[in-house]
Design a protein around this ligand. Structure first.
Ligand code: HEC
Length: 159
């Protein structure tokens, strides 16, 4: 006769063995480790189960999908971007984007084109979420994503 303690120990071992078997079978099947399997269950960025803030999701999209290795916007229709810029941004920023100089401390001036080329994350954040204090509008709810991509691509060609 097994003692109660021995029985429950045996049950415990069988359970652990079963778990190990399960994990290793899973890992063996298509080369996915248990750790990767957990990571795979994370929601797609932007999907309903995704807990990123809206800001973080937009910025992640820029970094992971829209920028090439040189910091250039991918997939922009520059001609379309130019039209959208002239319709929506020119009134404040000027034809060539030189009406506002974002450079604060008398260094060399920094206009929209400079920002778009040298610091696309700042540019992208500003056109999506704006800056109420400085009088820059938020466009995330005004324009479809492709419009913002086209505008960003065109802005990189400004002097
Ligand atoms: C109603 C006027 C207005 C319109 C329209 C406007 N902006 Fe602005 N924008 C501003 C002002 C004002 C600032 C802040 C200027 C400053 O701080 O010197 C600004 C700042 C920015 C900045 C921030 C740059 C930085 O480095 O901080 C970017 C980028 C920008 N605008 C892009 C755009 C684009 C692209 C459009 C068109 C889709 C646009 N803006 C439309 C007024 C406007």
């Amino acid at each position: 006769m097994f003692s109660r303690r021995a029985t429950s120990l045996a049950v415990l071992f069988v359970t652990i063995y079963g778990l190990l078997l399960g994990v290793s079978a899973f890992a063996g099947e298509d080369g996915v480790t248990a750790k990767e399997a957990v990571a795979l269950q994370k929601p797609e960025p932007g999907s309903p189960g995704d807990t990123l803030t809206r800001e973080d999701a937009r910025m992640a999209l820029l970094v992971y999908k829209l920028l090439d290795k040189d910091g250039k916007i991918k997939g922009a229709d520059i001609k379309r971007g130019e039209r959208l810029f002239m319709q929506n941004c020119r009134a404040c920023h000027g034809n060539d984007g030189h009406r506002f100089n974002f450079s604060r401390y008398n260094e060399k001036p920094a206009y929209i084109g400079d920002r778009a080329r040298d610091d696309m994350p700042t540019f992208w954040y500003q056109i999506n979420f704006g800056d109420e204090e400085r009088g820059m509008e938020a466009y995330i709810d005004e324009f479809p994503l492709q419009d913002l991509i086209d505008i960003a691509g065109f802005a990189q060609t400004l002097p």
